[in-house]
Design a protein around this ligand. Structure first.
Ligand SMILES: NC(=O)c1ccc[n+]([C@@H]2O[C@H](COP(=O)([O-])OP(=O)(O)OC[C@H]3O[C@@H](n4cnc5c(N)ncnc54)[C@H](OP(=O)(O)O)[C@@H]3O)[C@@H](O)[C@H]2O)c1
Length: 228
């Protein structure tokens, strides 16, 4: 079984659609939040709500999959300088990106441990490494994922479960890409050693790599075209 959170838009939608179309022998499920579900296998879930997440995961696990991949794409951003940010906005980024991701992982982990198989891929960001003005909440939530992954890897490595993060740079799909005008895109591109944004296929290849190589555990991969 493959589960993709944030399947209504951007990267999650791309990965969900890819697996739905190409994984004939595997069940593929996803989540949306504010958007309407575009596929019968997508459920409307607020990952901040652990009870809702648990109920949803229980219903999927009735299918008794022998293998389980969880791809955590659901996330939000809220740009504000730290000295001006509203506490509620700051908190809500942490609640979705960090606590929400934990809620989802937590709800599938006992089953993964039981069947002795689990692949967990989280989406972090180069923003967490780089220090970008206006991103204190987002960066905190994304660097929090590294510690979360390391601890969960240490707890579950012996059960054939791996958990890693992709530290993504600028991608051609998803978060805010439609709001970046051509001029700004060119300025950003000049600062990326690869001189281009990440392509969806490169994200998919990285996810597949982490799914295949169980021995990679508790770490993160920079997918940033050399941007640090
Ligand atoms: N795109 C990039 O360049 C980039 C770069 C670095 C890191 N990332 C990370 O990669 C991941 C995917 O990014 P993206 O660009 O594809 O994002 P996106 O296009 O903004 O999509 C975000 C997804 O998260 C869902 N979501 C938001 N709040 C939620 C909640 N409370 N409960 C459940 N789902 C919720 C949204 O659902 P609805 O639409 O239904 O509300 C949507 O499906 C994110 O974690 C992001 O931080 C992206």
């Amino acid at each position: 079984m493959i589960i993709v959170t944030g399947a209504s838009r951007g990267i999650g939608n791309y990965l969900f659609r890819y697996y739905r179309e190409n994984q004939t022998d595997s069940q593929v499920y996803g989540t949306c939040h504010s958007a309407m579900a575009e596929d019968p296998n997508i459920s409307q879930i607020n990952i901040e709500n652990s009870e809702q997440v648990d109920e949803w995961s229980k219903s999927l696990l009735l299918n008794k999959p022998s293998e389980l991949t969880l791809i955590n794409c659901a996330g939000v951003n809220n740009n504000a300088m730290a000295h001006k940010a509203a506490v509620e906005d700051w908190q809500s980024v942490i609640n979705v990106n960090l606590l929400g991701t934990y809620n989802v992982i937590r709800s599938f982990l006992p089953y993964m441990r039981e069947v002795g198989h689990g692949r967990i891929v989280n989406f972090s960001s180069v923003v967490a490494e780089k220090g970008v003005p206006g991103t204190s909440a987002y960066a905190a939530s994304k660097s929090g994922m590294w510690g979360l992954s390391r601890a969960i890897a240490a707890e579950n490595g012996a059960k054939n479960i791996n958990i890693n993060s992709i530290n993504l740079g600028y991608s051609d799909i998803g978060m805010g890409i439609d709001e970046i005008n051509e001029d700004l895109k060119q300025i950003i591109t000049k600062n990326i050693p690869a001189r281009r944004f990440c392509q969806p296929e490169e994200i998919l290849d990285t996810v597949e790599f982490l799914r295949k190589v169980a021995y990679i555990n508790g770490t993160s991969i920079s997918l940033s075209g050399g941007l640090v």
